[in-house]
Design a binder for this molecule. Sequence first.
Ligand code: 3HC
Length: 284
Amino acid sequence: MTSDGNRIGVVGSGLMAVGIAEVVARSGMHAVLRARSDESASVARSQLEKGLARQVEKGKLEAVERDAIVSRVSTCTDLSALADCDIVIETVVEDLATKQQLFRELDAIVAASAILATNTSTLPVVEMARVTNRPDQVCGIHFFNPAQVLPLVEVVRPITASDDTIARAARFVSAIGKDGVHVLDRAGFIVNALLFPYLNNAIRMLEDGTASMEDIDTAMKGGCNFPMGPFALLDLVGLDTSLSILETLHASFADENFAPRPKLRELVAAGRLGRKTKAGFYVY
Ligand code: 3HC
């Protein structure tokens, strides 16, 4: 538990929202997941239950623990259900105007003492802070996919955030059993700023015909001990998400290593977005 209490709001109903809600509930806190419709709320809940059922089947989790975790996640469609949360983390679409509108609404609804956080990968956190009346209490709390498994969380500090907000966010990250790192509000933070030139250059290597996709993946797994190769990872992250991250990084740093490769654009245009559409670089 944190001194911030134990009620955490999660806005969104995608993979990241479900993963974050699970991590919060596993640590004994209560997660309130807000989806836009009853339908998406029930899909999110069934994703949560499916993931936990897999852990029970594998003998990694007791059924009674699963039930306790599920009971600590509530879903809602009305933002007002987040009013008494201590921290609210948004995981909605990576579109600044959408996020700013959400921050305005959250600012009006959620307790004045609460932290409003974003899970954005690349958008400037300060742009969300500045539309609220509590810019000192807005920061980034950035999880990695799959959030249930990966230990890292980046605590992102916009220029507007107070020391107290960053300290509270870091305490929360540690209370949910994650490893927090501190980073300033610059595009890509630490991980994506280093990861995406590598992923993009793997696509360039494939386009050049230097090696096959399978061999590039095998090389980076066997030669660097990475858990997955760049094409498997692009498919996991999602090709649309990867394209949008690269575009933001390229606009920020004007570095050719970030200029999205044509093959990536081509696959996104064809609707091959990775694992979520059952086809990306690979077919699933
Ligand atoms: N939900 C819950 N648990 C999951 C899971 C999921 N979606 N996916 C895998 N797991 C669990 C498995 O159950 C298993 O746990 P167990 O040993 O307790 O049973 C464990 O993770 C390992 O899974 P598997 O044995 O099935 O498969 P792998 O060993 O290949 O691991 C992986 C899968 C965890 C995805 C691993 O390949 C990995 O870590 N890959 C790298 C992922 C990565 O780099 N992510 C960062 C992407 S960048 C990002 O997120 C930033 C964003 O801003 C874009």
